[in-house]
Write a protein that binds this ligand. Structure first.
Ligand code: ATP
Ligand code: MG
Length: 270
């Protein structure tokens, strides 16, 4: 990444998005690649967990990767976010190859992961958790604006601002983890199983906030989930990952029936 790109990290996420728009890109930015993965292979010891993965995420898109337990979803996000090194293949982020870049650098460059299990600080307040998201940012007045913006997007966090994060419900904690990630100024936010352990109504709430976030700011989202339920209303594109391979990749507009996903997911229609 260029020096200029690194300096971008001192700007607000909102400012960065405005910049994309003023560069002539649409709010949805379709057709402009944000993340492009080609021939990616990775694993643990002798276990090949990802086999020749090709995957693309366009600017301002919401892209899902769905697959059963052990399919390789978390591994994929770990590799893309720099927590694991790929064995082969290429990852391009905003048209620059980022293979092997350390996670802190990728985070500064706008690629932020919300890991499985949320990792919020349960004994700290909502306010303190959010402050950690903005830690290291020097643009304090802009940060304040971004904070107001996430509190508008996730109103529950405003009403529980001084409360202990561990007292929030699972879905509320998930929203806190996402809000904290937003304050790290992502261009691309990757979320590992936001619905994990949540009741259906809570999943709806979390998904609705993701949609609102995408619609309001044009933020790009790569989300992995185990279930194909509910995602068709949210996703622009769905990839099905099975045994470390993408077995289906399709625009949501081209998926007439969820059965198409189920067939790819299970290898047959249930
Ligand atoms: N640290 C590790 N060491 C060895 N093998 C691992 C490790 N982490 C994951 N694996 C293996 O790699 C494969 C892919 O695991 P991964 O965690 O990416 O799956 P997943 O799709 O995220 O599953 P889940 O839906 O259960 O979270 C599995 O076979 C898993 O057992
Ligand atoms: Mg996982």
């Amino acid at each position: 990444m260029s020096q200029e790109k690194n300096e971008d990290c001192g700007q607000s996420a909102i400012t960065m998005i405005s910049k994309y728009r003023s560069a002539g890109l649409t709010m949805n930015g379709r057709g402009t690649s944000m993340l492009k993965i080609s021939g990616l292979r990775a694993g643990y010891g002798r276990l090949n967990a990802l086999r020749d993965i090709d995957l693309e995420v366009g600017k301002s898109e919401i892209v899902f990767v769905v697959g059963p337990n052990g399919a390789g979803k978390s591994t994929l996000l770990k590799v893309v976010s720099g927590l694991m090194k790929p064995w082969a293949g290429q990852i391009e982020f905003e048209n620059e190859v980022i293979n092997g870049h350390p996670p802190e650098r990728l985070c500064r460059e706008g690629l932020v992961l919300v890991p499985e299990g949320r990792s919020i600080f349960a004994t700290l307040s909502v306010e303190e958790n959010l402050a950690l998201g903005g830690m290291g940012r020097k643009d304090k007045s802009v940060l304040q604006g971004d904070l107001e913006h996430v509190l508008d997007t996730f109103p529950i966090l405003r009403s529980r601002y001084k409360g202990v994060a561990g007292h929030l419900s699972g879905g509320e904690q998930q929203q806190l983890a996402i809000a904290r990630a937003i304050l790290q100024q992502p261009a691309l936010i990757m979320i590992d199983e936001p619905s994990l352990g949540l009741a259906p109504l809570m999943i709806d709430e979390v998904y609705a906030s993701l949609k609102a976030l995408n619609e309001k700011t044009g933020m790009t989202l790569l989300v992995v989930e185990q279930s194909t339920a509910r995602i068709l209303n949210l996703a622009d594109r769905v990839n099905v990952l099975r045994n470390g391979e993408i077995v289906l990749s399709r625009k949501t507009s081209e998926i007439s029936d969820r059965k198409i996903l189920e067939e790819a997911y299970f290898g047959y229609v249930e």
